[in-house]
Design a protein around this ligand. Sequence first.
Ligand SMILES: NC(=O)c1ccc[n+]([C@@H]2O[C@H](COP(=O)([O-])OP(=O)(O)OC[C@H]3O[C@@H](n4cnc5c(N)ncnc54)[C@H](OP(=O)(O)O)[C@@H]3O)[C@@H](O)[C@H]2O)c1
Length: 398
Amino acid sequence: MQKKINHLQLLPLSKAMDLFHKFMNTVAPPTSLFLLLLFLLFKFLLSILRSFFCENVAGKVVLITGASSGIGEHLAYEYAKRGACLVLVARREKRLREVANRARAFGSPDVVVVCADVSKVDDCKRTIDEAMNHFGRLDYLVNNAGIISVCMLEDSPEITNFKPVMDINFWGSVYTTYFAAPHLRKSKGKIVVIASSAGWVPVPRMSIYNASKAALISFYETLRNEFWPDIRITIVTPGFVESEMTQGKYLTKEGVMGIDQELRDVKLLSPLNIPMQLSNLRFLFLFLFLFFWLNSFHVGGQVQVSAVPVVSADGTAKAVVDSACRGDRYLTVPWWFGVTFLWKMFSPEVLDWFLRLLYVTGPGISERDAISKKILELTGAKKFLYPASIQSPELKAD
Ligand SMILES: NC(=O)c1ccc[n+]([C@@H]2O[C@H](COP(=O)([O-])OP(=O)(O)OC[C@H]3O[C@@H](n4cnc5c(N)ncnc54)[C@H](OP(=O)(O)O)[C@@H]3O)[C@@H](O)[C@H]2O)c1
């Protein structure tokens, strides 16, 4: 016969639990904070130590997706300078061959070009097979291929037009990793993932792109535990980097890739990039306050941060390869862009308000009249904020 639960008998237990939680409420936060500070100090010392024992990649085999332009192209040159063999993957064959020739001139002993669309699972399998057939091993997989869409969700005439963003940015990396994993386990290799700080900064008009990058971060954080200790993973979260993407190349709401520098200027001005010549004092004070407050967190960088907010692709590539060779788990480029994570963690409402102020226009006002773009136009700051390579609307010919 089932015993009847006597609530009076349970009372002492629930009181004990209450007491336990009260104790934990008082003790857990300060203890955790103290242990966290100790751990951060330990981590800092460890990172200094690790920088003396960087991996030598000479002769190792590095596969880079999205190597035909931008960050991927410069990653190819950076690995080439260090003597690595390369497998370069993208859809534009002529561009890939040009990159391959330059990589050889930079010092890569052997470069293979694979024309493939990473959103297609068969292409990803073929890519890894071709790399293995040629080199017989794989040491690094750099998941870099990606595209961006810029559109308010409700302005989309056909929502499925944005599917390629997820298919390329997320599934492309998942497929390639799936086929590469057994070979990377064998070589005790590494995976580098070019995610984005958009994975945590909710910039309007980039919802699908932001989500694809957040998914990537979560996916590889999980794989880090599944693959440990055979495969190490470095997750890179760049801010704005010189490339075709920052030149204004987007997936439009009609579902085609095109250059739109006007819309790029709406998006590209980040909360920290507001220039000094601002005539509107309200914004100037806001900028100064945020700039100095945010920079009070800056205690030293891993990367060269130029005065130009859109950082160079070669500087980024060097920082990424250094970081992966050190075995870092995360890298944000430029380093200071990581302060946006603090805003997100401790004050998401301020971050949201700021993003709305800059990027969202009121009813009846064109998206091309967003404050972010107006600031650029009024001040002529584009000249100083953007490298020359992304000022031209012309893409290099395929
Ligand atoms: N630039 C930034 O500010 C920034 C910031 C944060 C993160 N990122 C990330 O960095 C990565 C590289 O972008 P990028 O800025 O260097 O832009 P990019 O110059 O436009 O390069 C994108 C690369 O991805 C390749 N790609 C696109 N779709 C592909 C597909 N279906 N299959 C194979 N390759 C494909 C492109 O080659 P093909 O067109 O020849 O196929 C190109 O080589 C992306 O994942 C991007 O999200 C960029």
